[in-house]
Design a protein around this ligand. Structure first.
Ligand code: PEP
Length: 251
């Protein structure tokens, strides 16, 4: 059975305790409306505990990254278990900013995904091509390779979601044509089914890259789009609420 769409906000390195008001505002809207989608906000690690207290189960709270290790001498890192302990139920892994600025490879992302599962977190595994790769016509091959390398065996709908995020669409205001989103999501679906059998049909594939209130509806109603990963437009409750209110009614 298909899961409800998942609308996830990635606050990146933005937000302080004053931003908890946005969590409260989003939570109020979610609890007052029929649950058409699963709603998740991934604030900076410093805010996870307070965000989870503020949300009080009305929306889910997640991390933006985790270590592959459970604990130990890894200065500055945060483990999946620590995220869970702080109140997170999900974590984004392999975001293109982590791949680009922190040199994260597919095998490192796979190790982080395993860590997320070990801690009982939903892993949102990001894949997506650069503009050059798209122009060269390599986008499908790039994403297939990233999926193969970043998603470990035993992925299922309950522990994993994929976020297709064309790198050139993140934070740029540019989005692919809806037909291109549809064909990439179809391709990712085929990769998931080839690898995981029927379970691959249930794993949600989120679209990410300049989703805003103005384009949310058409993107969220595109075939095989099982939700969205939203960056900039998740920072303000009004924008984020307008996005998840555009989601199709889930089951
Ligand atoms: C993101 O950071 O994952 C993202 C999709 O950002 P934006 O919505 O700002 O493009």
């Amino acid at each position: 059975m298909p899961l409800k769409p998942l609308i996830a906000g990635n606050w990146k390195m933005n937000g302080d305790t004053a931003s908890l008001g946005e969590i409260e505002a989003i939570s109020e809207v979610v609890s007052a409306s029929p649950p058409r989608a699963d709603i998740l906000i991934c604030p900076p690690a410093t805010l996870i505990f307070q965000a989870a207290q503020t949300a009080a189960g009305r929306i889910a709270i997640g991390g933006q990254n985790c270590s592959a290790e459970p604990c130990g001498a890894f200065t500055g890192d945060v483990s999946a278990e620590m995220l869970r302990d702080a109140g997170a139920t999900a974590v984004i892994v392999g975001h293109s900013e982590r791949r680009r600025f922190h040199g994260e490879t597919d095998s490192m992302v796979a190790a982080k995904t395993l860590a997320a599962w070990r801690a009982g977190l939903l892993a949102i595994v990001c894949v997506g091509e650069t503009e050059g790769e798209r122009l060269a016509g390599d986008h499908q091959t790039v994403c297939k390779t990233q999926l193969r390398g970043s998603v470990p065996d035993r992925a299922k709908a309950g522990n994993t979601a994929i976020a297709y995020e064309p790198v050139w669409a993140i934070g740029t205001g540019k989005t692919p044509a809806l037909s291109d989103i549809a064909s990439m999501h179809r391709h990712i679906r085929e990769c998931l089914v080839e690898r995981f059998g029927p379970e691959g049909n249930s794993i949600r594939i989120l679209y990410g890259g300049s989703v805003k209130p103005e384009n949310a509806r058409e993107i969220l109603f595109t075939p095989e789009v099982g939700g969205a990963l939203v960056g900039g437009a998740s920072l303000k409750a009004a924008d984020f609420c307008a996005i998840f209110s555009a989601a199709p009614q889930g089951t």
